[in-house]
Write a protein that binds this ligand. Sequence first.
Ligand code: TXD
Length: 319
Amino acid sequence: MARKKIALIGAGMIGGTLAHLAAMREMGDVVLFDIAEGMPAGKALDISQAAPVDGFDSTLKGTSDYADIAGADVIIVTAGVPRKAGMSRDDLLGINLKVMGAVGAGIKAHAPDAFVICITNPLDAMVWALREYSGLPPHMVVGMAGVLDSARFRRFLADEFDVSVEDVTAFVLGGHGDTMVPVIEYSTVAGIPVPDLIKMGWSTQEKIDAIVDRTRKGGGEIVGLLGNGSAFYAPATSAIMMAESFLKDKKRVLPAAANLTGQYGVDDLYVGVPVVIGENGVERIVEIALNDQAKANFQTSVDAVKELLDACRKIDAKL
Ligand code: TXD
């Protein structure tokens, strides 16, 4: 049986971590692509030298040639530039849109059958653009943000309740970051919804509100602490989870930025919703009934994504 192939477009902090995780889990052979010369080959060589110690047989290759991603089963995209001082949101959008244009063309030419997971920020706009530029079917292109946002929420809830992270589930909807919508009614400890846990005296509404707020700003908190760059361990782990669900046809129910076609009253927009990921990519979009508060928050999130897309279209009239 041929090994699976995982192509990582962008071999920076998340890309390198993805390569290490994918190899250690023997998910398949790994190709690290980056425009930076030498760096992807250096990371590939370094990780491959961990193989004899750790005992994994995945091969790793660093490259700057799109031909090397040919036949990839999964592609994870982190390529882009971070926002720097003095750069406006539209400056960043313009640069990363161009990057998505190049990445989309590379995927279209060499790996049109892959399942593509986009991580590059601003996530909800970049995943949409990548879908447009690559021309892949929408169910084969998703954005990773929800698994990370809900992991952060679960981490904080587990600490608050002093229980295992394994027993905490969290439900988040909407765009990445500030407009993320945690739905506490569907967030549980071993099946007990958070509002019930508040009634049981395990926490207070104020404390849960503070946790929601901290989760929304979770990325910024880490940026502030690192001083240079943004989170990469948990983002990489989150994308690996999505890739594994596809490769192993696990049909996990995970929050992801998916192309909506009428669900939640939204059409032709990538927004974070729970989806089922299996061998056919996004196999189902889970549409749940929302209470008025969650509905209003979700709408705010949708509006923010729409505004970003309008800005993208202004930058690139072809979109
Ligand atoms: O939840 C989420 N979606 C996120 C998103 C959580 C954390 C970080 N998130 C975003 O991921 C972040 O804002 C960035 O847009 C991406 C990647 O983050 P990372 O920390 O890995 O960034 P790096 O280290 O700067 O790596 C980006 C690499 C770098 O090596 C560049 O040389 C490369 O991208 N790059 C390119 N590669 C291929 N092709 C092109 N055109 C290109 N341009 C830059």
